[in-house]
Design a protein around this ligand. Structure first.
Ligand code: PMV
Length: 365
């Protein structure tokens, strides 16, 4: 079932361009209020809010040339880390199919797509958000060549709208250091169709630290698509969706006033709720590993002893995102080095942080 959003149908292309190349770097993001459950097609059952990351990103370039092969729907060559990758190509074709109504030029060119991740592919870090976002922005850069009059606002909204069709969370990797996706009465301009920047946070949240503790780099036992689907007919789903909306309201205040203790409680509750939903679905599944829980205990001990507001969140996996203010970086680094690293696969971690919010609402790429 396809819902057509007129606003994002293409405007008349005024320029003819036969070939060219564009590129974009899109960041990964970590949700604090989680998106888990969809309605209709790629629309969120509840609003979500994420922190954008800095060091975890995907670099993508797209070259477009006159099309030579008309056998399939699209002509795409895809290289991941310089090697052809069949599994990803299939995903890109699905993505192109979902976008083609909004970007008719996808049928008219031969595309050569090259993609690189800054983080190890097998790290268990979800890469679909940054990958789909980078590709969506590249395609918007091409569309802008065809209609140079396009406004920045339209560019960003449509890029996020398209990224969402590739992977829901990808729509939160377009602009903004803190991003909300999903309609919420207290977030101006929020929409189920695309992510919007949250705007300025209190200074305690500037350059907020996220150290990703790679607890288990194994493949996920369940895809996020299947996980979302299990929220249909889930006994606690409706209450969960209500709670997520309330948590965005609370977080809205927390982020603006700088209430760190409330922040920690809220994000940890969200993470554990996400995993509770997984454990109570039918079929049930558990993505945390013994070392996930062992690490959580260490975090709680440290917080009790030091009163430092360090907390965690979890993605759809076993890894821990350790979140803490920039101000406490050295104390927390000591904890990580002397203790938490021992719970990680090969002692591996990724040091990341939230970028400073741009003063310019629509920064130029
Ligand atoms: O974007 P998807 O369909 O891979 O789903 C992402 C789900 C979570 O990462 C668990 C939560 C979120 O909001 O990012």
């Amino acid at each position: 079932k396809i819902m057509v959003v007129d606003k994002f149908l293409p405007k008349k292309y005024t320029e003819k361009v036969t070939r060219g190349k564009v590129q974009h770097r899109a960041p990964s993001n970590i949700a604090l209020v989680k998106y888990w459950g969809k309605k209709d097609f790629q629309l969120p059952a509840n609003p979500s809010l994420s922190f954008t990351l800095t060091n975890s990103y995907t670099d993508t370039s797209v070259e477009f040339l006159p099309r030579t092969d008309f056998n399939a729907s699209f002509q795409i060559d895809f290289y991941f880390e310089e090697n052809p990758k069949e599994a990803f190509l299939t995903k890109i074709e699905t993505f192109f199919n979902r976008m083609r109504l909004y970007m008719p030029f996808l049928r008219d060119y031969h595309f050569v797509v090259r993609s690189h991740n800054s983080f190890p592919h097998s790290s268990g870090i979800a890469s679909s958000a940054s990958a789909m976002a980078a590709l969506a922005v590249c395609l918007m850069k091409i569309e802008k060549l065809f209609c140079p009059e396009m406004t920045d606002e339209f560019f960003y909204e449509k890029a996020s709208f398209l990224a969402r069709l590739g992977s829901g969370s990808a729509c939160r990797s377009i602009i903004g250091s803190v991003v909300v996706w999903g309609e919420h009465p207290e977030i101006p301009n929020s929409s189920d169709l695309y992510g919007v920047p949250f705007g300025m946070t209190h200074e305690v949240f500037h350059r907020y630290q996220d150290t990703i503790l790679l607890i288990d780099k194994g493949q996920k036992q369940i895809s996020s698509t299947d996980g979302h689907d299990l929220m249909n007919n889930h006994p606690y789903a409706n209450q969960r969706f209500v709670q997520a909306t309330e948590n965005i309201s609370k977080l809205n205040t927390i982020l603006r006033v700088g209430a760190l203790d409330d922040f920690v409680k809220l994000i940890e509750s969200e993470a554990l709720t996400l995993h509770s939903m997984m454990m109570t679905s039918n079929p049930y599944f558990v993505l945390m590993r013994p070392n996930t829980l062992a690490t959580i205990e260490q975090i709680w001990n440290f917080r009790r002893q030091t009163q430092i507001p360090v907390g965690f969140t979890l993605d759809a996996g076993a890894n821990i995102h350790l979140l803490y203010p920039y101000q406490y970086k050295s104390e927390v680094q000591l904890l990580i080095e002397s203790n938490l690293k021992n719970f990680c696969d090969n002692q591996q971690i990724i040091e990341d942080e939230v970028p400073l919010e741009s003063a310019n609402f629509y920064p130029k790429f």
